[in-house]
Design a protein around this ligand. Structure first.
Ligand SMILES: [Zn+2]
Length: 252
């Protein structure tokens, strides 16, 4: 008999053993018990051995796994679902952490998906918007309540747009700054009116005045309505320089 290589010899032994296990169930049971005892007392060795086995038999294991999954699909999906139901929160948290850790990768994948499926992506966005419409509205409402000056600035801009103001770049931040430079006083009567000043357009919007810092001064209600769309009450020098830049959309 020629000498076999160790791999073949082991396979030979295994075949013989398997045959004996099949023939002698008692012997097989005894072997199983002893093996379990060994594993319990030699955890580290067992782990290493298992790992080595997995590494050298990867394809075989994967093939077996696939077969098992195919023939037990229903059982597995049921088990998976039970697990998901039981651990919904933990799974969500794990996914969140994963997403954060792989943000670039996730974003790239999403971009690729959107590029490939433009219509469903748009539909998804639409669905999302509709689903979150109320939430968004509520957010807007509470923001508007907290920042009335932002809303006022927006409506002033809107009024100027309706009048086709040549320049329409006056911002909420500029208005706040202008009032503080004027020490919250009316530019005409110099009375202090903190929180009650109005934006007076030196050249009125109705006469093609611009809604821009160089055409606006703070005025009290009284002086503003006295002036109306007429000429300025006293000669006035508008603020030519403000620190806050124009055309800024969001201001705090
Ligand atoms: Zn005044």
């Amino acid at each position: 008999m020629t000498r076999k290589d160790p791999e073949k010899r082991r396979e030979c032994v295994n075949v013989r053993l398997r045959a004996r296990y099949a023939d002698e169930p008692l012997y097989a049971e005894e072997k199983r018990i002893r093996s379990r005892q060994y594993q319990a007392t030699h955890k580290e060795e067992s782990r290493l051995k298992n790992r080595r086995y997995r590494e050298t038999h990867l394809n075989e294991i994967q093939e077996k796994d696939r077969e098992y999954r195919k023939s037990n699909a229903e059982k597995i999906s049921k088990k998976d679902k039970t697990y998901r139901d039981k651990n919904a929160e933990a799974i969500k948290e794990r996914r969140r952490i994963n997403r954060l850790a792989n943000r670039d990768h996730v974003n790239a994948r999403q971009r690729a998906y959107y590029a490939k499926h433009p219509v469903p992506a748009r539909q998804y966005q639409q669905t999302y918007r509709i689903a979150n419409d109320e939430k968004k509205k509520e957010q807007n409402r509470s923001y508007a309540l907290k920042h009335p000056e932002v809303r006022r600035a927006a409506s002033a801009k809107h009024r100027a747009a309706k009048r086709n103001a040549p320049l329409n770049d006056f911002t909420c931040a500029q208005w706040a700054e202008m009032q503080s430079v004027y020490e919250h006083r009316c530019a005409y009567c110099h009375r202090r009116a903190k929180g009650h000043l109005t934006q007076d357009h030196i050249t009125p919007l109705s006469k093609s005045g611009s809604h821009t810092a160089s055409n606006i001064v703070p005025a009290c209600q009284k002086c503003n309505s006295k002036k109306g769309t007429g000429t300025v009450l006293i000669s006035i020098q508008p603020l030519l320089l403000t620190i806050a830049p124009p055309q800024k959309k969001k201001t705090s």
